[in-house]
Write a protein that binds this ligand. Structure first.
Ligand SMILES: [Zn+2]
Length: 467
């Protein structure tokens, strides 16, 4: 058996791990590179393997950096099965169609630039047609069920507690000694005690482990999305007749917010009688997936007798016309719109209509990367440029703590030390170089044998041990 990380090796995105068992070849994830221009460029390079030679893919979850190149894989000849948990299988068509739309729009924009420079136009990475073909290859597999996907190759998905449907993969490959070698791929691991979804599953044994290391060098401050602070922002803003504008990520963060808002509406007598507009077609579709899978909620979410994603006062506005009407509303309201860092999406229209109005509040509930409009606002800009115009910032800019979707150093370490017997090797993937080094040193000090995976460099297994 040979495993090669073709992405998320030495950096965070583009998760793609090729397992060659000798008799079959499979991928764990086929994600898109995201972030800097040089990373984005990698998406356009040919795969380092022949897509036609891959028998099947196991997709850990629906974040684009784990699934975003599946349509490219299909476009270039892959025709096998794509296995995914039921919520992931429901999310993939939504996330991939959105991605295809972005690819096509970006290419149109890029080609206008190339045309002016006398360069040949570029093809989009993939189109909606490729997405449709990809979706037709998906096969659902429930958590904890065993699936024999090829002779001598069996796998099982376990809840990774990261986003709805996210999975850890346990892969069992028969070896020459008529025994089996077990390899675990952590996928992205979530934090413990977050709303709605279960905690990550502890795995008790494995020969080899591939573990994500995104926050392998830091400990998150444990901040709950503070209900009291959220309520305070709502009552203050609505009390002065303003709108509370919440830029939000469509997958998981929006649903956490709705979950808290619906509870507040029930519990807090001073919750104002205002509408909550969910103004993001993507988040609306994703919320439908959450509503469809209450079976995998955690105990607290299952115990709720109300509908946390469908409650009086929640108004979904999928169409552009409905969104425009929300823009033009005068009077108190709560508006949730994407994108989470204000770089694109409908939130920019809401900001255009409301950032200059001191009655309004822009409330950030997630991380704002340097350089994004969200970060610029949080850093206290007095004027911002959007859609070619200058706007004075008079709205209040606020932020409340919320969960990170990733386990931190302590949680990752705890997950690994919970193995009954230490794995022979722990391969570190999905992290920035410094983080990987720090996390590796930490694990080594605890007695783990670690190796930082390098992009496109095979990790060989020879007889009974890895070279
Ligand atoms: Zn993820």
């Amino acid at each position: 058996m040979q495993i090669t990380s073709h992405g998320a090796a030495g950096f965070v995105t583009g998760s793609c791990h090729l397992v060659d068992t000798g008799s079959s070849r499979l991928l764990v994830d086929c994600g898109m590179y995201q972030g800097s221009k040089s990373l984005n460029r990698l998406n356009y390079e040919p795969f380092a393997f022949d897509p036609e030679s891959i028998d099947f893919v196991i997709n850990t979850h629906a974040h684009i950096d784990h699934c975003g190149l599946l349509p490219k894989l299909v476009k270039h000849g892959f025709n096998g099965t794509i296995y995914a948990s039921p919520p992931t299988a429901d999310l993939l068509p939504i996330m991939l169609s959105d991605s295809a739309y972005i690819q096509e729009k970006d290419t149109e924009h890029e080609n206008r630039r190339r045309l002016r420079k006398g360069l040949e136009p570029r093809q989009p990475l993939y189109t909606e047609e490729d997405v449709e073909k990809t979706v037709s290859l998906i096969q659902v597999i429930n958590y904890n069920d065993s699936m024999q996907a090829a002779p001598g190759v069996t796998f099982r998905l376990r809840d990774a507690g990261h986003v709805i449907g996210s999975s850890i993969v346990e892969l069992f490959v028969e070896n020459k000694e008529a025994d089996e070698t077990k390899t675990v791929f952590s996928g992205d691991l979530g934090q413990w005690d977050v709303p709605i979804i279960e905690d990550p599953t502890f795995i008790l044994n494995s020969d080899y482990v591939f573990v994500e290391s995104t926050y392998g060098d830091r400990v998150h401050q444990k901040v709950l999305p503070r209900k009291e602070e959220l309520l305070r922002q709502i009552t203050r803003t609505c009390g002065r007749g303003g709108k509370l504008l919440i830029p939000c990520f469509a997958l998981e963060r929006t649903q956490e917010l709705l979950y808290v808002l619906s509870a507040l509406k029930n519990e807090a007598p001073d919750f104002p009688p205002v509408n909550i507009y969910l103004d993001s077609p993507l988040a609306i579709k994703i919320t439908e997936v959450f509503k469809k899978h209450p079976d995998i909620y955690d105990e607290e979410a299952r115990a709720r007798t109300d509908q946390p994603f469908d409650f009086p006062g929640l108004v979904c506005t999928p169409s552009v016309e409905e969104s425009r009407q929300v823009n033009q509303l005068d009077g108190p309201a709560i508006v949730i719109a994407g994108s989470g860092m204000c770089n694109a999406g409908r939130i920019r229209h809401h900001l255009k209509h409301g950032i200059w109005d001191p009655r309004n509040t822009v409330l950030f509930v997630g991380y704002q990367a340097p350089g994004t409009l969200g970060r610029i606002l949080l850093d206290g800009a007095e004027e911002v440029k959007m859609m070619g115009s200058e706007f004075v910032v008079k709205a209040e800019i606020a932020k409340i703590g919320s969960f990170s979707a990733h386990a931190d150093k302590d949680e990752l370490t705890n997950w690994l030390t919970n193995f009954k017997e230490k794995p022979k090797t722990v391969f570190l993937i999905h992290g920035e170089p410094d983080t990987l080094e720090t996390f590796s040193a930490n694990l080594t000090s605890l007695g783990f044998n670690t190796k930082i995976a390098e992009k496109d460099k095979p990790l060989f297994k020879e007889a009974d041990g890895w070279k």
